[in-house]
Design a protein around this ligand. Structure first.
Ligand SMILES: [Zn+2]
Ligand SMILES: [Zn+2]
Length: 94
């Protein structure tokens, strides 16, 4: 039986399937996707803040700006996944 996790926002999901943000309640497919939705601005205390997943982009080597995350319909509901799940997300250094 999968572990069912729930959140105060009303979302429930299978424990292994998602990394749900307890702050902005955006459901992410993986921890990597979860990390991607929190690019900053990083505060002096080092805590990243949530961004709007749809607004998060990255710049490819050729200068093209592309979205990082897209939403797909999972059994648990709409869920953010990385634009190409097999593409390694390049964490911006700051
Ligand atoms: Zn969040
Ligand atoms: Zn939630």
């Amino acid at each position: 039986m999968p572990i069912i996790a729930t959140c105060a926002c009303g979302r429930s999901w299978s424990g292994n399937n998602q990394a749900h943000c307890r702050m902005c309640h955006e459901p992410s497919s993986t921890v990597k996707t979860y990390n991607a939705h929190r690019p900053g601005p990083r505060k002096r205390d080092g805590a990243p803040t949530c961004g709007k997943p749809a607004d998060i982009t990255r710049t490819k080597r050729d200068g093209t700006v592309v979205p990082v995350l897209r939403v797909v319909q999972y059994a648990d509901g709409p869920t953010w996944v990385s634009y190409t799940e097999d593409n390694r997300f390049e964490e911006p250094e700051s």
